[in-house]
Write a protein that binds this ligand. Sequence first.
Ligand code: SF4
Length: 440
Amino acid sequence: MNAPVPTSRPAADHDGLPQRDNENCGPHAVLRDRGQREVFCGLTGIVWLHRKIQDAFFLVIGSRTCAHLLQSAAGVMIFAEPRFATAVIDERDLAGLADVHDELDRVVGRLLERRPDIRMLFLVGSCPSEVIKLDLSRAAARLSGLHAPDVRILAYSGSGIETTFTQGEDACLAALVPGLPAAEAAPAPHSLMVVGALADVVEDQMRRMLVAFGIPNVQFLPPRRSRDLPSVGPGTLYLLAQPFLTDTARALEERGAQRIAAPFPLGVEGTTLWLNAAAEAFGVSPERFREVTMPGRNRATQALERYRTELAGKRISFFPDSQLEVPLARFLAREVGMVPVEIGSPYLHRQHLKEELELLPTGPLLSEGADVDRQLDRCREDRPDIVVCGLGLANPLESEGMTTKWSIELLFTPIQGYEQAADLAELFARPLIRRTKLVA
Ligand code: SF4
């Protein structure tokens, strides 16, 4: 399974410029770049979070640009009641911040009156300077006082000043943590919290297996309904389902929870190791583990077979975007034989990615941060078979004859777990097949 991965360049190229440096990350050398980047902002997370928490509403306090981003990313269904909206703050509002707070109170009051189904309201900050000046956390606390106990109101920032779009989910989940109910104090692990938004179908599959192991009190953050917030405290073990939840993890640990170290549940191997880490933490026997997981493992291994034929030996590069890049590269290299050339990630959390980096074949250039022009130059020189990147880079690269995959699709599609392993491989096979047909 472990494919040899050749490299087209030294693991870390140094050109002596002050804004870049190199360091080692386990067995891998890392090129760190700090320059211009091409990523969506954290507002994008609303697109999958509003589907996940079914009685929540996301009110962006932002500009017309924010409204356009959300409308085009999420689509607007005119006959449906949307669960996100933008309160547009413009320059005139700068003159009187007090009026802005009054206006916000009015907007929230009107919204909650019209939509009694809303149980949790997120005020989502953005990056225009008019919005940064607002203290949305205080506004949320004040409004919560007015609308409790029917509606809980929280605030977080989805600003484009953060490094990447998945940080929107991290900020949202971190905002939930202080309000999680306290778990009963107990010396032994008494509950498992799976942290990170998963598609409902994936959550159901994972829950079934974790419960079948005999793990007590399996909970998910975020929950599907706001009244089902998981409890937390010493004795809560948590398992990250996504690699971009730095602030959420920190907030959970401040409440006494402990992280179960594991790779992420992408592919057969990743899912097995992820489930096994939970099983070991709760003392599940190896026999029980095998009994529960074997059917899914066998199905997934078989389903992956045809994609291995299509993808083996194909060279792939990642532009830094979702923070899923390392687990994806690990899956593609080890399970379908692809050859990662460059794995760019906006941020490499050394601790959360430790198990992933140990599995990742040595050879590809690992880069952290971004200098988009330099990486474009490297990409043109490498000419990988497929490039995983943001929407803004995909069209220009396609026009240069390269095949691309939008990284944001990996957040909108169920990709974790056994039943999704082949679908994940197919996401990479499809653009390659399309390109072959176009060329033929
Ligand atoms: S938050 Fe900032 S980057 Fe995102 S859409 Fe609004 S203005 Fe643009």
